[in-house]
Design a protein around this ligand. Sequence first.
Ligand code: ATP
Ligand code: MG
Ligand code: MG
Ligand code: MG
Length: 489
Amino acid sequence: MPYQSIQQLLKTAPVGTVVTVKGWVRTKRESKNAVFIALNDGSTINTIQAVAQPDQLSDDLLRLITTGACLSVTGELVESQGSGQAVELKISDVLVYGPADPDKYPLQPKRHSLEFLREIAHLRPRTNTFSAILRVRHALAFAVHKYFNDNGFYYLNTPIITASDAEGAGEMFRVTTLDATKPPLTEEGKVDYSQDFFGRETNLTVSGQLEGELGAMALGKIYTFGPTFRAENSNTTRHLAEFWMIEPEMAFHELEDNMALAEDFVKTVIRYALDNCADDLAFLDNRLKEEEKTKKKEEQSELSLLEKLRFVVDNEFQKLTYTDAIEILLNSKPAKKGQFQYEVSWGVDLQSEHERYLVEKHFKKPVILTNYPRAIKAFYMKQDDEPATNDRGQVFGPTVRAMDVLFPGIGEIIGGSQREDNYDKLVARMEEVGIEPDALWWYLDTRRFGSAPHAGFGLGFERLVLFVTGMGNIRDVIPFPRAPKQAEF
Ligand code: ATP
Ligand code: MG
Ligand code: MG
Ligand code: MG
């Protein structure tokens, strides 16, 4: 039989047979009657306890068995005497693959701060918290592909290097083939960027959407799931310089279909995690409960992590227009008491504090906001025919068929829209915002030839993982975070 991980072994638990378990020592405990070694191999949050008689292992060997050392342990699997675990290993043989000097190994059996663990991002997956997060992240990624495959979508890979900068979603990283130590200079003595990417100016993609639209206008329903780059220079807990974005794009879908799909999609993948990551989510739930206890009573969350996830999966999201949301915000306590950092009025882009007020204080559930002002959204969003009005008949500016999905603790998790499918309107809008239509001739071809109503959205994968794991900082839900001052490992 091929080697089985601890996760596989605990599933079948063949009591009475001799098995070999390989993994890293979490703890070693010595008593008069026995030596207990807790081993974990990352396949599960659970450890397997290996037990030896005190005189069975030599002093030299015992000295090497310390937290972090990697061992191969062979023995009979027996029913556990102690509580907590059903089985344990009666050691017959121990091999030390690699010791870990206890004076130097940075991970000790105690709770380390997340800040400290970020500094040793190369080792933190060996902790319970991070291995749990990474396994949940894996399950969510699998659920994403499964959802789209089950619903007739095709997985489309869009380019990472691109000359298109039309999205305007954020600051871009430039791609260059230049030798930075001696870059060619122009006659004015400036760096000659015309040599970037074989003579073209190119960037790392900020979104696969425009290419995704090309896919939808040929295959019907597609999705992308790939790395996305934004030179975000603010140090927030919700932004990374490199993150993974999921972008479905669907022909023959309007805004309402887009909203329904987004809601069904996030609920389905969260449900998948609830059904398939029970041990890891229970661990993260407990971790959070302990953290909550250290907070002041009024700052403690009403729902536990698992309750929050079940609530999202079981309840309909609140839907309302941007204009109605502004009315609510203007009439809110924080607005009246001047407690928002950013002032609210029709036309402003909502800040995370406003989004979180709507979700956490007002509706107490996820919210889908629609029909945003045209001026604060990208050029490709379908224009509404009538300007926005409130129920007192006040008329505001033009809007687009945009939607943002807002989640508790996070704010925006999804941004999407129905796309402008009218060639003339699209070109006029591009000219208005200063985008050269010729530069996007390939994109405009989808409107020139066989245009169709279509819609799509982008979900930042790490924001989803952040929500599902209950973590507070996006740098803690990606194995190797890329952010200002964090690029080495
Ligand atoms: P925000 O308002 O939070 O900056 P955005 O409106 O700039 O987000 P979009 O261009 O709408 O973001 O991108 C779609 C989704 O990608 C967002 O809803 C969010 O989930 C995610 N996202 C955007 N920027 C980042 C980032 N820097 N790091 C991680 N996820 C991001
Ligand atoms: Mg942004
Ligand atoms: Mg936004
Ligand atoms: Mg957005």
